[in-house]
Design a protein around this ligand. Structure first.
Ligand code: ZN
Length: 149
């Protein structure tokens, strides 16, 4: 289990202890609840839109350090982006954490999100890391809930 410790890099721990944008966003245009029953993670995501742009985003919830840190870092990464840009970032993130045989990690566009690259070695953790993103997609598609089962 020594390798698992490498997952909890400083930045992940920091975001899980002091998550960014961790609050209820009022008013909001979209809201979705995502659950990952396997681990017991829950993310409630709020989005305020200005046209097609994510003007503000915040979340609440509970769960493991990875789910919380990933949701926190996602809110930082997508604020101000259009829904389409956020979706492109999600695809890159998803390819990275599922370890799809694509090009090396696109750290240029992923930025700090690249710290989750190590997650691909721990399949059980992939759902933790992508819960926030799936919840975002549900919110943008006006689906009230999403489950990672
Ligand atoms: Zn988890």
């Amino acid at each position: 289990m020594a390798d698992l410790r490498e997952l909890y890099q400083e930045v992940i721990l920091d975001h899980s202890r002091k998550p960014k944008n961790y609050r209820k966003l009022e008013p909001h245009d979209r809201m979705a609840t995502g659950t990952n029953p396997l681990c017991g993670d829950q993310v409630i995501l709020y989005v305020r839109l200005e046209g097609d742009r994510i003007a503000d985003v915040a979340f609440e919830g509970q769960g493991c350090a990875i789910s919380k840190a990933s949701a926190s870092m996602m809110t930082v990464a997508i604020k101000g982006k259009t829904a389409a840009e956020a979706d492109t970032l999600f695809q890159k993130f998803h390819e990275m954490v599922t370890g799809k045989p694509v090009a090396p990690v696109d750290s240029q566009s992923l930025g700090k999100l690249a710290v989750f690259a190590g997650v691909c070695e721990f399949p059980a953790r992939v759902k933790c890391a992508s819960l926030g993103w799936h919840t975002l997609r549900a919110a943008l598609e006006s689906k009230p809930t999403v489950s990672m089962e």
